[in-house]
Design a protein around this ligand. Structure first.
Ligand code: NDP
Length: 237
């Protein structure tokens, strides 16, 4: 499998969960992969040494650091923005600083990283953002700030697809439903509630999301842009 031989891939937020599966998939397919992390240094270093990828500490809440990293990464063939956080609960009780940090990581960083990457991305370049099924459907309370941030990715993809399409760069969003990671463990307390919304009653695997990302990054998806790609066991159906 050398689909991405000679290709340069940057994954924002690659130390754990879905991001780590994306790093592994691109390495397996022959790419040169760099990924960022913020808190999980040990996991990042282990993944880097296991896979031969490069880990760089860059907090996605720091806009200028994200822009500088993308600029210094050289011309990228693929940018994947995976880093994302949730702040869940009653909006009347939430700390506005925590909500603003969520917007910085989930909205500002994807936008600025995408624009910076596009400056030097060659024809055939790919920008892929990990959104969420909650950008489509919010069947419970306490999710507003997270859902808002993931809906914003839909506007980002639609808009930037128009801006960068003429240069042969595609922009897409992958929208996972419940995926078994540290953030939403399959054996966690939400399982029964979430299964109630789904036709396939199991959590998705990070590798399944990575497979969709790899397809979007590959040559078969050259005509696919400005679109949302949902992988959710029919959570949003
Ligand atoms: P995890 O919490 O398991 O992992 C998050 C990853 O993002 C880690 O590698 C983490 O690195 C990194 N990250 C978080 N904050 C920052 C930051 N400020 N700067 C740089 N990196 C950061 O999450 P998942 O793997 O579950 O989720 C990944 C993405 O998928 C997110 O955007 C999430 O919203 C989305 N998603 C997940 C779903 C799920 O069910 N799991 C469903 C729908 C969408 P570190 O630990 O080093 O900070």
């Amino acid at each position: 499998m050398a689909t991405f031989q000679g290709k340069s891939v940057l994954v924002l937020g690659g130390s754990r969960g879905i991001g780590a599966a994306i790093v592994r998939r691109f390495v397996a397919d022959g790419a040169t992969v760099t990924f960022t992390y913020a808190a999980s240094r040990e996991a990042a270093e282990q993944l880097a040494s296991e896979t031969g990828s490069t880990a760089i500490m860059t907090d996605s809440a720091d806009r200028n650091a994200v822009i500088a990293l993308v600029r210094e990464s050289g011309p990228l063939d693929v940018l994947v923005v995976n880093a994302g956080i949730g702040v869940f609960g009653d909006p009347l009780e939430q700390d506005p600083d925590a909500i603003d940090r969520l917007f910085q990581i989930n909205i500002h960083a994807p936008y600025h990283a995408s624009v910076e990457a596009a400056r030097r991305m060659p024809k055939g370049g790919r920008i892929i953002v990990i959104g969420s099924v909650n950008g489509e459907r919010i069947p419970m309370a306490g999710l507003a700030s997270y859902a808002l941030s993931k809906s914003a990715m839909q506007g980002l993809a639609r808009g930037l697809a128009r801006d960068f399409g003429p240069r042969g760069i595609t922009v897409n969003v992958v929208q996972p439903g419940p995926i078994d990671t540290d953030a939403t463990p399959a054996d966690g307390p939400m399982q029964e509630l979430l299964y109630g919304f789904m036709a396939i009653k199991r959590y998705g695997r990070p590798e399944e999301v990575a497979g969709m990302v790899a397809w979007l990054a590959g040559p078969e998806a050259d005509f696919v842009t400005g679109a949302m790609h949902t992988i959710d066991g029919a959570f949003s159906a």
